[in-house]
Structure formats: structure tokens, C-alpha cells
Design a protein around this ligand. Structure first.
Ligand SMILES: *Cc1c(COP(=O)(O)O)cnc(C)c1O
Length: 430
């Protein structure tokens, strides 16, 4: 038998992939290339690098290209991007200075005035704002669809806009922030194909921040592009802001080109920190997921809790959601939302009495966080939409970290007890 080379798992490659210590005096870790520009060995080299960078000609098969300028390329970003590709099976990646800059770059690349954008609803508050304000002001129309809409409903809704021939982008965030509602990406792929023509491909883009890059791989489910707020699980320590877009080469070339001209790439220091984070991505996320399941089970039987929204608790009462979960997800995630019995008053009493869990927005980090979507992350969402999607005054969102799960339960248990007392103890409000 021929010795077949084993393909290493991404977690085995995060410490070394794409970096050669010989480039940097044998340093085992990739240094921070804190430099704006790179010296060409000759004017001919400089000319050759720019010819390829500006698309004047293709790279020759054995041609080695050098670095030019850190807005176009930088070793920390390139090595980071190559490592990110391994988790999602992407051809290429591009990292950005924030999740919002990744999202806005995708919108600006694929949409023009008069075009139609179809998006899942609800979406992250910043994305919602971009769609309903900036894009609208540029004359780009949008329609949202909910997790209840079937394939037929969605096709009909797109046709009813009268702009089906201007559909350019389907944008899906799943699970949705903050409700954990799951959307069917295979269905979204079929709808994108239904409206595509040979000269107008409808691009399917997925915001995978809530599950990725460990628990859901949208490119394998038919997406063209997957994007992240890398601020969340990828960076994972609540100490930086970054974003990423990954996917098929034909679309990534365009995204990378626009990034060069918008100048919204991440800096080398952020790139270096993210490489450090990727080394522990899997063990962090696994522990977070295990903790979250324990906490969701605890909340689910607690008398002060009305309902828990967590993919790890889906049962036969919601067969479509469970079917999507089984087809799409390799784990239930570490984001839990729940309705507390009562309303804003009880929700605030709970949040104000947490000690170990911090009251802050953001998610996916090593420390556990809690927040109130209706008045915080989703305060800017149209009120009718907010209520329709279940983002009510009694909804609390938790991001579960790597702490001891029983310490977290003890903190939650105390705060829930205080919230239940709040009618009595805090009758005049706190
Ligand atoms: C946080 C977040 C964003 C925005 O990312 P930033 O890094 O804060 O710019 C986008 N989508 C989702 C789902 C998020 O949670």
C-alpha cells in the first residue's frame, strides 16, 4: 500500500500553516510585520508585482510575487487568511477591520442602484441599519423573509416586488441574532439559482458569526460567500474588532479588489492577535458549547424562565427548525436567549444582579456576557419588526464563555431569584 499523506485537521495546523520560520530568523511564531510598505529588489520586480495586482495580466505559473504595500497585502493578514480558509473549506479569505466593514464591502460590491437585496429577518442591528438606511438612500430595495416562509412564499414575495430581474444578492444570517431562529441555506441556494441567469448570478452570502467557523459551514451547504464578525468567536477574547469574508475565488477576487480601494483591511497587529486566537479556537468553542448546553438545560427547568431559545433544545414541537439544525449544524452553539417571566423590570433585575457574568453586548468570547436585546443591541430595529420576531421586553441574551459551568449556574440562579423577588423588594424601581 502506498503511504497516503494524512490530511491534518484545521486545529492541528493553526500553529504553523502557511508560515516558514526560516523567513524570520527561525522564530517559531510569525512576527508582527508592522510596516506600511515593502522594498522591491529591482524596478522590474515592482513593475511585475503591479501588473498582476492591477489585473493587467495573470500571474505566470511559476512566478513568485512579492509584497507591495500593506493596504494590498501583508504577511500577517495573508497567513491569517490562509488559516481561516481551512475551517470553512474556502478558496480565499479577506480580513477586515470589523464585521461591519466585511458586510458593507459585500453590499457595495454586489449591489447597484435599482437592484434588489433579499435578506433573512431579523438580522444584526448594524446590518439592519445598513440595509434600511444606507442602501435605501442609494436606491437599493430590499425585502426580508422570516423563518416561517417556505420556498414558495419566498419566490412569490420576490416576484411580487416586480424587480426579480434585478435580484443580485440573498443575504442570510443563521442562526439569527438574537433569537437563534435557523434559516434553511439549501432552500436559499435553490431560490438564488431559480432567479439566476447566465449573465446574472444571484450571490448567496451567509453571516455565520453565531456558529462559525466550527459549528456550521455554509459554503458546504451551497453559499457563495460566508462572512464573520471576527470580533466574536474567531478573536474570542473581547480585545479586538475585526471581520472576514471567505468563499469562491471568482467572488473573492472582487471582494479583495474593493477592499484595496476602500482601504478597510485589518492591520498587522490585529492579524497577529487573530492568529494567536485561532490556535485555541476549537478548544474554546467546544468548551463554550458544552457549558451552554448545561446552562440551557438548567434555564429550561427554572420556574422563573418562560421559554429558552437554544438550538440544543429543539424538539418535535418545532420540526422545521430541528430539521434545519440537523442538516446544517455540527453543534448547538454557545448563544442562549430566554424569556424571563415578567417584562423589562424582571429582565433588568436579573441583569443587574449578575456578578460573574458581565452585562455587556458582543458574544463568542472567553468570558460570559448577558444583555437585553430590545433596549440594547436591537434598540434601533423597527418596533413592529422587533415584536414580530420575538425580541420582546422579557428576552435576555447570554453568550456563554469558558468558565466553570457550575459557577455560571450559581450566578444565574442567584440573579433569577433576585428577579423573582423584584416585585416585592424593588417596588419603587431600582
Ligand atoms: C457583531 C456582529 C456583527 C458586526 O460585527 P463587528 O465586528 O462588531 O463590526 C455582524 N453580524 C453579527 C451576527 C454580529 O454578531
Amino acid at each position: 500500500m502506498k503511504d497516503k499523506k494524512r490530511r491534518f485537521k484545521p486545529e492541528s495546523l493553526m500553529m504553523s500553516y502557511g508560515y516558514n520560520p526560516a523567513w524570520s530568523e527561525g522564530a517559531i511564531k510569525c512576527p508582527i510585520f508592522q510596516t506600511s510598505t515593502f522594498v522591491f529588489e529591482s524596478a522590474e520586480d515592482g513593475k511585475a508585482f503591479f501588473e498582476v495586482a492591477y489585473g493587467k495580466r495573470d500571474q505566470e505559473p511559476n512566478e513568485k510575487l512579492g509584497l507591495i504595500y500593506s493596504r494590498l497585502n501583508n504577511p500577517d493578514l495573508e497567513i491569517l487568511e490562509n488559516r481561516l480558509c481551512l475551517w470553512d473549506g474556502a478558496d480565499q479569505a479577506a480580513v477586515f477591520e470589523s464585521g461591519m466593514s466585511a458586510i458593507s464591502t459585500v453590499f457595495l460590491e454586489f449591489l447597484r442602484p435599482g437592484d434588489l437585496l433579499v435578506h433573512s429577518s431579523p438580522v444584526y442591528g448594524g446590518t439592519d441599519h445598513l440595509i434600511h438606511h444606507l442602501l435605501r438612500d442609494f436606491g437599493i430595495d430590499s425585502i426580508g423573509f422570516s423563518t416561517q416562509d417556505t420556498e414558495k412564499d419566498l419566490i412569490q414575495a420576490i416576484q411580487a416586488t416586480g424587480k426579480a430581474d434585478r435580484l443580485k444578492l440573498i443575504y442570510v444570517e443563521t442562526p439569527a441574532n438574537p433569537t437563534n431562529a435557523l434559516f434553511d441555506l439549501e432552500m436559499a441556494r435553490r431560490v438564488a439559482d431559480h432567479f439566476s441567469t447566465p449573465d446574472r448570478q444571484v450571490v448567496l452570502t451567509v453571516d455565520n458569526t453565531y456558529m462559525g467557523p466550527l459549528w456550521q459551514h455554509p459554503l458546504k451547504l451551497g453559499a457563495d460567500l460566508v462572512l464573520y464578525s471576527a470580533t466574536k468567536y474567531i478573536a474570542g477574547h473581547s480585545d479586538l474588532i475585526a471581520g472576514a469574508v471567505l468563499g469562491k475565488a471568482q467572488y473573492m477576487e472582487r471582494i479583495r479588489a474593493l477592499r484595496t480601494f476602500l482601504g478597510n483591511m485589518a492591520g498587522p497587529w490585529t492579524g497577529w492577535l487573530m492568529m494567536r486566537s485561532l490556535e485555541t479556537l476549537k478548544i474554546r468553542m467546544e468548551r463554550q458549547g458544552q457549558n451552554a448546553q448545561i446552562i440551557a438545560d438548567y434555564l429550561n427547568q427554572h420556574p422563573a424562565v418562560e421559554k429558552v431559545y437554544y438550538p440544543g433544545l429543539l424538539d418535535e414541537t418545532t420540526p422545521r427548525q430541528r430539521d434545519i439544525f440537523e442538516r446544517h449544524c455540527e453543534g448547538p452553539g454557545a448563544m442562549i436567549s430566554f424569556d424571563i417571566k415578567g417584562g423589562e423590570k424582571e429582565a433588568f433585575a436579573f441583569l443587574n444582579h449578575l456578578e460573574l457574568i458581565k452585562l455587556a453586548v458582543s458574544l463568542g468570547s472567553t468570558e460570559s456576557l448577558a444583555e437585553h436585546p430590545a433596549t440594547m443591541t436591537h434598540a434601533g430595529v423597527d418596533e413592529a419588526d422587533r415584536i414580530r420576531h420575538g425580541i420582546t421586553d422579557k428576552l435576555i441574551r447570554l453568550s456563554i464563555g469558558v468558565e466553570d459551568p457550575h459557577d455560571l449556574i450559581s450566578d444565574i440562579s442567584r440573579a433569577l431569584a433576585k428577579a423573582s423577588e423584584s416585585y416585592v423588594l424593588e417596588a419603587s424601581g431600582s
